[in-house]
Unconditional design. Structure first.
Length: 367
C-alpha cells in the first residue's frame, strides 16, 4: 500500500492536492520504518572502553562487556517470523479446519461457529495492531535538550538546575499542583556508556546500545525495548494474545481429544488432526505462560514499578512512584477511557500526563 501511494501521480483539484499528505511524508515514513527494522551501528573490534564514575565520584575506565548483546537483535527477527507462523497455523486450524466446515451444516452449530469467528477475528485484529505498535513505536530516547524542556515546564527549578548541571545524580523538586498531595521529581543520573546525563527511571539497553526512557526490559519477541513510549501497547499485546490463545485452545480441545480416539471415530483427515493437535499444544503453552506474565505486569502496573525497578524497590517502605492504583494506571494508559483498550495514546493525555513522555514523573509527597 505504501509503494502504491508513492507511485501515484499527485492530483490537484481547485488548487489543493487531493491527498492531504505530501509524497515527502510518505518517503520519510518508509525511511523511518526501514531504520526501525534495520538500525545501523558502528562495528567495533573487541571490547569498547568507556568512562564512568565510581562510588567516590571519581572518573574511572571501564569496559563494555555488553557490547556483544546487540547481536540479540538478529535473533529477534527470527522471533517475529515465529509469531507470524503461529498466527498462520492458528488461523488455519481454527477458521479453515474447525469452524469453516460447520458453517455449511446450518442450525445451532453454524451460529456458534459464526460467533466464534467474529470474536477470533476481532482479537486477531487487535493483537496484530498492538504488536505492530510495539515493534514500530520508539520506546523513548533521551533528547539532547531534555533538561531545558523540563525547566520550561517547571520554571522555579531553573536556578537549582544550573548549579548542578553536570554532576549526577541531580535532585530537584517542585510543587506539582496545589490541589494534590503529590510532588514532582526531576532526579536523574549519568550514563557512562552513552557519555550523557539521563532522566529519572531511564536505563541503558545493552542490546539497543542506547538509554531508554522508563525502560522496562528488552523484548526479543518485538525486536525492541519496552519503555515509556510503548509500554501500554505491550500490555495490550499481552492481553489480546492471551485471550486469542485461550480461545484457540477451547475451540481446538475437541480435536485434541479426537486425536487420541480410535481411527474409526475420527471425522477429519490425519493431516488436519495433526495440524489441530500441534496448534492446540502451542496455544495452550502460550496461554499458560502469558497468564503468569500478565499477572506479573498487572502487579507492576498497579504499583507503578518497572521490571528493572523491582530490585531497586527492595527494602523500601514506600515506593516513591506509587500514587495509588487509579493514578498508577493512568500513568501508562492515560485518562481517556475511550483509549484504554486500543493501542493509541490521545494527544490530550500526552500533554497532561508527563509520565507518558518519560521525562518527568510525579512522586509521593511523604517520601
Amino acid at each position: 500500500a505504501l509503494i502504491w501511494l508513492l507511485i501515484q501521480p499527485s492530483q490537484v483539484q481547485n488548487g489543493f492536492p487531493e491527498n492531504p499528505r505530501p509524497r515527502s511524508y510518505l518517503f520519510k515514513l518508509a525511511s523511518d520504518i526501514w531504520k526501525r527494522l534495520f538500525r545501523t551501528r558502528v562495528r567495533s573490534a573487541g571490547l569498547v572502553p568507556y568512562i564512568t564514575l565510581d562510588r567516590g565520584g571519581r572518573f574511572m575506565m571501564a569496559w563494555n562487556f555488553f557490547k556483544f548483546c546487540s547481536g540479540l537483535r538478529m535473533f529477534g527477527y527470527l522471533m517475529i517470523l515465529l509469531v507470524i507462523a503461529i498466527i498462520g497455523a492458528s488461523y488455519l486450524a481454527v477458521v479453515i479446519i474447525s469452524c469453516g466446515p460447520q458453517l455449511f451444516h446450518g442450525g445451532f452449530r453454524a451460529a456458534i461457529s459464526i460467533f466464534i469467528l467474529v470474536i477470533f477475528h476481532f482479537l486477531l485484529a487487535m493483537l496484530i495492531w498492538s504488536y505492530c505498535m510495539v515493534v514500530f513505536t520508539d520506546p523513548g530516547s533521551v533528547p539532547e535538550n531534555w533538561r531545558r524542556l523540563l525547566d520550561e515546564e517547571n520554571p522555579e527549578t531553573v536556578a537549582s538546575a544550573n548549579s548542578s548541571d553536570f554532576v549526577a545524580p541531580i535532585v530537584r523538586s517542585s510543587a506539582w499542583s496545589p490541589s494534590t498531595s503529590m510532588a514532582r521529581t526531576s532526579e536523574g543520573g549519568y550514563c557512562g556508556r552513552c557519555q550523557n546525563n539521563k532522566p529519572p527511571r531511564c536505563h541503558h539497553c545493552s542490546v539497543c546500545q542506547r538509554c531508554v526512557l522508563k525502560m522496562d526490559h528488552h523484548c526479543v519477541w518485538v525486536v525492541n525495548c519496552v519503555g515509556a513510549g510503548n509500554y501500554k501497547f505491550f500490555l495490550l499485546f499481552l492481553m489480546y494474545t492471551f485471550l486469542e490463545t485461550t480461545l484457540d485452545t477451547l475451540v481446538l480441545l475437541p480435536h485434541f481429544i479426537e486425536f487420541f480416539g480410535e481411527a474409526k471415530n475420527r471425522s477429519g483427515s490425519p493431516g488436519n488432526l495433526a495440524i489441530s493437535f500441534l496448534t492446540f499444544v502451542l496455544n495452550l503453552a502460550f496461554a499458560l505462560s502469558l497468564l503468569g506474565f500478565l499477572i506479573m505486569h498487572a502487579s507492576l502496573l498497579l504499583s507503578n514499578t518497572t521490571t528493572i525497578e523491582v530490585y531497586e524497590k527492595r527494602g523500601v517502605v514506600r515506593w516513591k512512584y506509587d500514587l495509588g492504583r487509579r493514578k498508577n494506571f493512568e500513568q501508562v494508559f492515560g485518562t481517556k477511557k475511550a483509549y484504554w483498550m486500543i493501542p493509541v495514546l490521545s494527544t490530550e493525555d500526552l500533554v497532561n500526563v508527563p509520565a507518558l513522555r518519560g521525562l518527568d514523573f510525579p512522586i509521593r509527597s511523604d517520601v
